[in-house]
Design a protein around this ligand. Sequence first.
Ligand code: GSH
Length: 208
Amino acid sequence: MHLYAAPMACSLAAHIAILEAGLPVTVHYIDNQAKRTDDGRDYWTISPNGYVPALALPDGAVLNEGPSVLQFLADQKPETGLAPAWGTLARYQLIDTLNYLSTEVHKRVFSVLLTAKSPPEAKERARTLLEPTLEAITRRLGGRPFLLGDRFTVADAYLVVLLNWFRHVGTDLRRWPDLAAYHKRQLERPTVAQAVAEEWAEFQRRAA
Ligand SMILES: N[C@@H](CCC(=O)N[C@@H](CS)C(=O)NCC(=O)O)C(=O)O
């Protein structure tokens, strides 16, 4: 399998899931501006929206949305508990959380704030959502160690990435001590630390 990613972007969550599950997946860092793969292919032929993540499967099929990529990876190794079993309430709680993070936090807030060409009024509106979003995530966490309770799931992998982005938009997480402590704990998790170290090195190499 092949994961198409951009360093420190939302695809980092899939990179973390790959390390958690110990899956044989090659991570390719694309040029997300030029829409070119690392071996020079046109990325639009892999991702219809030009987004990362994209997960290319051995039979040629491609998954193009973070929540489906994360669940597919998790389901390769059910014993890891990265996603609860299908048919359980916990599975629907995972889907609920992934959809919340994807639509309400990632797209509605960060995609607007971090896209240079977003209109100023859209950015202003998204900025007003930062603090309520942190309150809402805190309520979802509910003082528990992980988003779904007592076990790390792919929803936590996604949340780590989103929490990383708050400092890029000038929000100091220390004002939300439960979230700041959660974020610190997740960043210390060996798979998260490894994925972040690899992607941060690639991010800095490109910025140099
Ligand atoms: N709906 C997609 C959105 C993914 C997305 O927004 N990816 C960003 C990086 S975090 C991207 O590749 N943006 C490139 C662009 O806007 O051209 C998902 O949930 O996976």
